[in-house]
Design a protein around this ligand. Structure first.
Ligand SMILES: Nc1nc2c(ncn2[C@@H]2O[C@H](COP(=O)(O)OP(=O)(O)O)[C@@H](O)[C@H]2O)c(=O)[nH]1
Ligand SMILES: [Mg+2]
Length: 234
């Protein structure tokens, strides 16, 4: 079966979660729906057994030694073969078991881009309080500065058509990649939707540096707002 869906997963020292993350992907269910699936783990300079365990679980491992969440995604997207890309962290927090429903929604709604919302169905403890406050502030900025109507600006689970990538101008190579991808998709007139998911507390040590990444995400939003104004975009 030709590869139709590429699941791209960035990973930095996630040996405790990488296997269960990969094994949750419902490859045979997607196969029955007619989609060949490849799983690409982008090893972002891990010093533990992440790459070895990803291979064992059946993934292709792509190496991106330059550290950065955005750089990892850029490398993974470039190597992907599917016409649909699905994403999520390597920490077992995103419900990959829900991929068939997300893909069906993409197809049935003739959508280009789906992002997910962890906030509507949030369970106690799944996101730390300080990260939740940061998320609320950043999502407020995204909504007020760009008029993009989403509830979770920082979710890392997306399902979209690979063909839209050349139209998206994403400068961020770090954690701000996530919000910028959404902003670009929503403001470039693509057909977008946000779907609630049941997010789980991550397995293993958190890589996000709350204050530093939160601040740099906020600055990145302000710079982007400025560049849109300069370009005369909305
Ligand atoms: N923060 C960060 N995460 C990375 C990097 N490279 C890959 N990752 C992976 O990107 C995902 C997001 O990081 P995580 O700590 O889960 O952040 P959070 O989910 O926003 O709290 C995880 O799967 C990481 O292993 C990187 O350079 N920085
Ligand atoms: Mg995570």
């Amino acid at each position: 079966m030709p590869v139709e869906i590429s699941v791209v997963i960035p990973a930095l020292n996630e040996e405790g979660a990488i296997m269960r993350t990969i094994l949750e992907i419902p490859v045979s269910e997607l196969g029955k729906m007619g989609y060949g699936v490849e799983v690409i783990v982008v090893d972002n300079g891990s010093t533990d057994r992440t790459a070895e365990l990803a291979l064992l679980a059946g993934a292709r491992v792509v190496s991106e030694p330059r550290m950065g969440y955005g750089l990892a995604y850029k490398a993974g997207f470039a190597r992907s073969r599917g016409s649909i890309i699905a994403t999520g962290d390597a920490d077992s927090s995103y419900p990959f078991s829900g991929l068939p429903a997300l893909v069906s929604k993409l197809e049935a709604g003739n959508l280009d881009f789906i992002t997910t919302d962890r906030i509507s169905m949030l369970r106690a403890g799944a996101i730390s309080r300080v990260n939740l406050v940061g998320n609320i502030i950043l999502t407020f900025l995204v909504r007020s500065l760009f008029g993009v109507n989403i509830r979770d600006s920082q979710s890392g689970m997306w399902v979209f058509r690979k063909g839209i990538l050349p139209r998206l101008e994403i400068a961020s190579d770090g954690m701000a990649f996530s919000q910028e991808l959404k902003l670009e998709a929503y403001t470039k007139g693509l057909r977008c939707a946000e779907v609630p998911i049941a997010y789980r507390k991550r397995v293993g040590k958190v890589k996000l540096r709350t204050l530093r990444d939160g601040l740099s995400n906020a600055i990145s939003l302000l710079r982007k707002r400025l560049s849109y104004w300069l370009k005369g975009l909305g």
